[in-house]
Design a protein around this ligand. Structure first.
Ligand code: GDP
Ligand code: MG
Length: 437
């Protein structure tokens, strides 16, 4: 999926402005990419519609580059789709917190029960695992092995008792032994059937779990979405744990599950080992799907701290060598909010990073420089050539610096302008020779 989307979005990069047609074309490809990733059709349809609405028009026009803006919108909507924030386990006000794990056979319930216990134990909880799968051969033994590995006790009553009674007895046992979290590992079937649902419902009615977590195998794609839908409808769930994400390159199920069930994905399984369970982060998942983490954080940084219009204006000025002390001061103030000027300008399309290196100013000097510029009159800032000896003296006094410092800044400024001029010329000749893109 990542590759497909990047291809689709890559086509937008480097375009000056994004028209409705551009967005439409790109979104057609995004749509295909999502469908190929096994995302539910209706989810794709809604998603594409939302992104289109947001992408065409105002928001795109104001961005650094239209292509980057679309990427950000696609990312935002992916996050929205999967739930904005990370969901946690809801602990009971008075312990124990009862967590019921359910899902189809082979989804990863028993493994995940162990993983979750290990995670909670690290957070200072005292979990108890409960073996309620009495049907699958060696299921009880499997949970006991898992419990042993993470050093968490397992409650079992063999396979002759019915699961409701086991669950009930386990809660009593846990209360007596000071276990504040009780995790019930239930049986699964190969397919959803009435018998399974009834049993789960009976356990639910008996122990009134705080959390019913549905364990789903990410590798089953669309089937996982269907399973989620019926568990939600028949039993009611609080959230989902998506396992085997390490083996699913497509990520389509993560996208669909939240949209279809409206229940959060709380954790993801990233491997067979018992420490390979992670909280689900929609933003990370979206970035993973888009494969553009770095690009996205840059865009975010730029939008938070920097007026994008100013960046474009500045680029124009740099090119026309109209750069004044006013702009310099503006820059200094922006710089305080984020990284150095060079870093900001690197995000502006068409600015060469090599040219920028030479513009860098020592951080410690910044305070003085800002004071010096602020002591200049507007006229002086726009036309520094009028700054003669007496003006220099006045500026130094007003800014609490020395005449030498003022001189140095003026000299630097002139050199910068000269350099820009040279670079501008160079760029022109190179362009003529076809060496610049
Ligand atoms: P259950 O029938 O639902 O209890 O499923 P199990 O816990 O027995 O797991 C079935 C298989 O899936 C086992 O071989 C597990 O090792 C494997 N498994 C579970 N979670 C993950 C995961 O996150 N990643 C990978 N790669 N394998 C997993
Ligand atoms: Mg099991």
């Amino acid at each position: 999926l990542a590759e497909k989307l990047q291809n689709a979005l890559g086509k937008l990069k480097g375009k000056g402005k994004l028209s409705e047609k551009d967005v439409k074309n790109a979104m057609r490809e995004v749509k295909l990419a999502l469908l190929e990733a096994d995302v539910n059709y209706k989810v794709v349809k809604d998603f594409v519609k939302k992104v289109k609405e947001r992408a065409v028009g105002h928001e795109v026009m104001d961005s650094l580059t239209p292509g980057q803006q679309v990427i950000k919108i696609v990312n935002d909507e992916l996050c929205n789709l999967m739930g904005k924030t990370q969901s946690k386990i809801e602990f009971a006000d008075s312990p124990p917190t009862i967590i019921m794990m359910c899902g189809l056979q082979g989804a990863g319930k028993t493994t995940t029960t162990g993983k979750l216990a290990s995670l909670l134990k690290k957070k200072g909880k005292k979990p108890l695992l409960v073996a309620c799968d009495i049907y699958r051969p060696a299921a009880i033994k499997q949970l006991e092995v898992v419990g042993g590995k993470v050093d968490v006790p397992v409650f079992s009553m063999g396979d002759k008792q019915n699961p409701v009674n086991i669950a009930k007895a386990a809660v009593e046992h846990g209360k007596k032994n000071g276990n504040d979290v009780i995790i019930i590992d239930t049986a699964g079937r190969l397919h959803i059937d009435e018998e399974l649902m009834e049993e789960l419902q009976d356990i639910k009615d008996e122990v009134k779990p705080n959390e019913i977590l549905l364990v789903l195998d990410a590798m089953t794609g669309q089937d996982a979405v269907k399973v989620a839908e019926s568990f939600e409808n028949k039993l009611g769930i609080n959230g989902v744990i998506l396992t085997k994400l390490d083996g699913d390159a497509r990520g389509g199920s993560a996208l669909s599950i939240r949209a279809v069930t409206d229940k959060p994905i709380k954790f993801v399984g990233m491997g067979e080992k018992l420490d390979e369970l992670e909280p689900f982060h929609p933003d990370r998942m979206a970035s993973r799907i888009l494969g553009m983490g770095d690009v996205l954080s840059l865009i975010e940084k730029a939008q938070e701290n920097f007026d994008t219009k100013k960046a474009l204006e500045l680029e124009q000025k740099l090119r026309k060598q109209e750069f004044t002390f006013e702009d310099f001061l503006d820059q200094l103030q922006q710089m305080k909010k984020m990284g150095p000027l060079s870093q900001i300008l690197e995000m502006v399309p068409g600015v060469n990073s090599k040219q920028l290196k030479k513009l860098n100013v020592d951080d410690k000097e910044l305070v003085h420089i800002e004071a010096i510029i602020q002591s200049m009159t507007k006229e002086e800032r726009l036309n520094p050539s009028i700054i003669d000896g007496s003006r220099r003296k006045r500026i130094a006094k007003g800014s609490g610096t020395s005449i030498q410092q003022v001189n140095r800044l003026l000299k630097q400024f002139n050199e910068t302008k000269k350099m820009l001029k040279k670079l501008g010329k160079m760029e022109k000749t190179m362009k003529k020779r076809g060496k610049f893109n």
